[in-house]
Design a binder for this molecule. Structure first.
Ligand code: CP
Length: 329
């Protein structure tokens, strides 16, 4: 599906007043597996509209009177602040709980009780939590929509949506692309979600990682069942020349039980201008960020470096999701 198709579909069914968005009303966003291609086209259509509205008027009152609880048990810069910006650009307001140690969680309050509390005050809850499956548990206890902003080593579905929109915007298409994922594929929730989302399309995937950080076998198996071509590598050499999207990830120190294991693999892959001489002229380098050295700052001015533009797409996708789950798109 090309971007122009998506934009065409967006202009055909402008979000404001269109009924097709109604199916998202009150929906939890927990996993990329809940989306069809049609859902993605609709969400991206709304996101494109949001971008135009932000460019034209900055802030508008679509969600005036609505409140978002932004509940983060793990650190975040992009996800947390883009959800806050999204809600405020839509005229709504935010209860920020970025440091749960200053909330009643530090007194031993359980996740279900914290969720039950916040749903009394908010219309939608964004949750980042260190445990896989935490968002699904929260959704069981909440009558208000839960948006998974990262559940441990599980998923990061809103990141995968903005990643896919980035690919469409930057390359104009997703069909027949070769996507190479590099770094921490074992613990990286962004690559878990993105690989599954990409499996809706005809793509070829390369996985480049240290042996102890390989893509989980259950994800490889799931994508095999869908007929997706996947190849694992221990170096970048083979995959890089045919890569259209190089998706680089940070080795996540915080996920290692043994710091020595981290030291062995930190810095295993570093993307710099020299290495990128082997890559296509028309391709993009993405990273969910933060980075800790795996992409050299010397590469930042290369037109293929899409990672800062990628962050901006997150605002529009999250505006679209908030409007959709609150029944206002
Ligand atoms: N990409 C991402 O999830 O970044 P943060 O951890 O800063 O939210």
């Amino acid at each position: 599906m090309s971007l122009s198709n998506i934009q065409q579909s967006a202009s055909q069914h402008l979000p404001f007043g269109d009924q097709r968005g109604a199916r998202f009303y009150g929906t939890d966003i927990l996993s990329v597996n809940q989306f069809s291609k049609e859902d993605l086209a609709y969400i991206f259509g709304v996101a494109v509209e949001m971008r135009e509205m932000v460019a034209r008027v900055g802030t508008f009152d679509l969600l005036k009177g609505k409140i978002l609880a932004n509940l983060f048990y793990e650190p975040s810069t992009r996800t947390s602040s883009s959800f806050t910006a999204a809600m405020e650009r839509l005229g709504g307001s935010v209860i920020p709980i970025h440091e749960v140690k200053y909330s009643s969680v530090s007194k031993g309050e359980t996740l279900p009780d914290t969720i039950r509390t916040l749903e009394c005050y908010a219309d939608v809850i964004v949750l980042r939590h260190p445990e896989k499956g935490a968002s699904a548990i929260a959704a069981k206890y909440s009558k208000k929509p839960i948006l998974n902003a990262g559940d441990g080593v599980g998923e990061h579905p809103t990141q995968a949506l903005l990643d896919l929109l980035t690919i469409l915007e930057e390359l104009g298409n997703v069909e027949n692309l070769t996507v190479t994922m590099v770094g921490d594929l074992k613990y990286g929730r962004t690559v878990h979600s993105l690989s599954q989302l990409l499996s809706l399309y005809n793509v070829k995937l390369h996985y480049v990682s240290p042996d102890i950080l390989r893509m989980p076998p259950e994800i490889i198996e799931e994508l095999n069942q869908k007929g997706i071509s996947q190849t694992e590598h221990s170096t970048l050499e083979q995959a890089l020349p045919e890569t259209d999207v190089l998706y680089v990830t940070r080795v996540q120190k915080e996920r290692f039980d043994n710091p020595e294991d981290y030291e062995k693999v930190a810095g295993a892959f570093i993307i710099d201008p020299e290495i990128m001489k082997a890559a296509k002229k028309k391709m993009i380098v993405m990273h969910p960020l933060p980075r800790v050295g795996e992409i050299s700052m010397d590469f930042d001015d290369d037109s293929r470096a899409a990672y800062f533009r990628q962050m901006e797409y997150g605002l529009f996708v999250r505006m679209a999701l908030l409007a959709l789950v609150l029944g206002k798109a």
